[in-house]
Design a protein around this ligand. Sequence first.
Ligand SMILES: [Zn+2]
Length: 126
Amino acid sequence: MADLIATVTSAVALVRQLAELNAKSKDAKLHDLIGDLTLEMSKLKSQMAQLIDENTDLKAKLKKATGNPGAMTVGEHGLYYDMAGDGPFCTCCYDVQKQRVRVVEVAQMLQHAGRFKCPSCNTRFK
Ligand SMILES: [Zn+2]
C-alpha cells in the first residue's frame, strides 16, 4: 500500500513539473489539460488514501472476526463454547485440527458412553 501512495505521489509531482514547464508555453489547450490532469491526480490520491483507510479497517474487523480461533471457553459438560456463547464444540477436533465441530446429543438409550458425540471424530462426552 505504501508503494501505491508513493507511486501516486510521484505522478502528482511529475504532473506539477509538467505544469511548471507548461507555464512558459502559450498553448492554452495544453495548459487546461495539464490543469485538469493535476486535479484528477489529486482526487486519485485522496480516493486512494480513503481506500487504504477502509482496507485497514476491514482487515482489522476480519482479524477480529476470524483471527482468534483460540478464543474458546470450557463450558457445560467440559465442551468448548466460543466467546459469543455458541457451541458446544468438540474439544478433540478443536485442539488437534483447530476445527469447530458442533457435537450432537445422542439418543437417551445410547448415552451410556457419553451424552454428546462428535460427528467427525466420534469422541463421546459425558
Ligand atoms: Zn471431534
